[in-house]
Design a protein around this ligand. Structure first.
Ligand code: NAP
Length: 293
């Protein structure tokens, strides 16, 4: 039951009706007995400054930010945490008594489930192949560099589009991390791709290939080249088992889908707002049941 003392949280985007965040966050809030309400609010791009001023005026404790506002919100906030500043993308705002802090919890959402499988330092010195070089790949790249990965090969269909991203993250690695990671771009139809696959310890799909409703699609992988112990991670969460993960499992690889990343970024945001990250299993269950509907 909401009362006069209930604190407010939200997610903004445009459109926003598809967002699963209210289901995930309200499950956690109710389960933890926290007196907060979390709602989805559509905010058109031209209205973003007014919306931010409104949240501040109405003393919302915080809010999530999704497409198309992740970059546009940055100049409207008082402080941007380093990862969010480097990525140029804020997905969470924390309102500390009128001082608005922007952060990015996609990074932690991506890396924590992986570390839970591979160990805290399980990525150190390893080689990753990252398929896709869009918005989500940016958080993945930052996370891999923060985990001391040795080598990242961006395998894509349009190398010319991925090259500036690789260059940007070579610079970010030097500015924020060890500066020793090798980042290269290959055409996934070219001859260098099988060579990268043969050295790969972690193969990640960050393209939308295989996402519902086009569930038959998958990025190209020569499974004969991949080492048996290579770990396969698809950040897509619908369907739970993409064609890529199904092929990986058939070839004996350990796999992980994007459900925990989605719930992980939500839990990291909730922790920043309330000090409590919520019941992970209950949040995953709520996500799966919402996806089934
Ligand atoms: P995006 O910015 O549109 O980037 C997509 C990337 O995939 C680009 O490099 C693009 O290459 C490539 N791509 C797109 N369609 C392709 C196709 N038909 N064939 C080959 N390559 C293709 O998307 P995004 O925001 O990064 O999201 C990517 C996926 O991650 C989505 O499925 C999304 O649901 C998922 N995701 C999951 C989470 C989570 O929490 N689990 C969070 C964020 C995103 P071009 O440049 O050549 O077009």
């Amino acid at each position: 039951m909401y009362t006069g003392a209930t604190k407010n949280l939200a997610v903004i985007g445009y459109p926003i009706a598809h967002s699963l965040s209210p289901v995930i966050q309200n499950t956690a809030l109710t389960g933890a007995g926290l007196d907060y309400a979390y709602i989805a609010i559509p905010v058109a791009p031209a209205d973003l400054p007014a919306a931010v001023a409104g949240f501040r005026a109405m003393n919302f404790r915080g809010w999530n930010v999704t497409i198309p506002h992740k970059s546009a919100i940055i100049p409207l906030l008082d402080e941007i945490e380093p990862a969010a500043a480097a990525l140029g993308a804020v997905n969470t705002v924390i309102n500390n008594d009128g001082h608005l802090v922007g952060t990015n919890t996609d990074v932690i959402g991506f890396i924590e489930p992986l570390k839970a499988r591979l160990g805290e330092s399980g990525l150190e010195g390893k080689n990753a192949v990252l398929m896709g070089a869009g918005g989500a790949a940016r958080a993945v790249l930052w996370a891999l560099l923060s985990a001391d990965i040795n080598n990242i090969t961006l395998a894509v269909r349009t190398p010319a589009k991925a090259e500036p991203l690789a260059e940007e993250f070579r610079r970010l690695d030097k500015e924020h991390f060890s500066g020793t990671a090798e980042i290269t771009v290959v055409d996934w139809a070219g001859e260098e791709y099988p060579v990268a696959l043969a050295a790969c310890d972690l193969l990640i799909n960050a393209t939308p290939l295989g996402m519902a409703p086009h569930t038959e699609a998958a990025p190209p992988v020569d499974w004969q080249k991949l080492k048996a112990e290579a770990f396969c991670y698809d950040i897509i969460y619908t369907p739970a088992v993409t064609a890529f993960l199904s092929q990986a499992a058939e070839h004996g690889h350990a796999t992980l889908n994007g459900e925990e990343m989605l719930v992980g970024q939500a839990r990291a945001a909730l922790e920043k707002w309330t000090g409590c990250s919520g019941d992970k299993e209950a949040m995953l269950k709520a996500l799966r049941s919402a996806l089934e509907k």
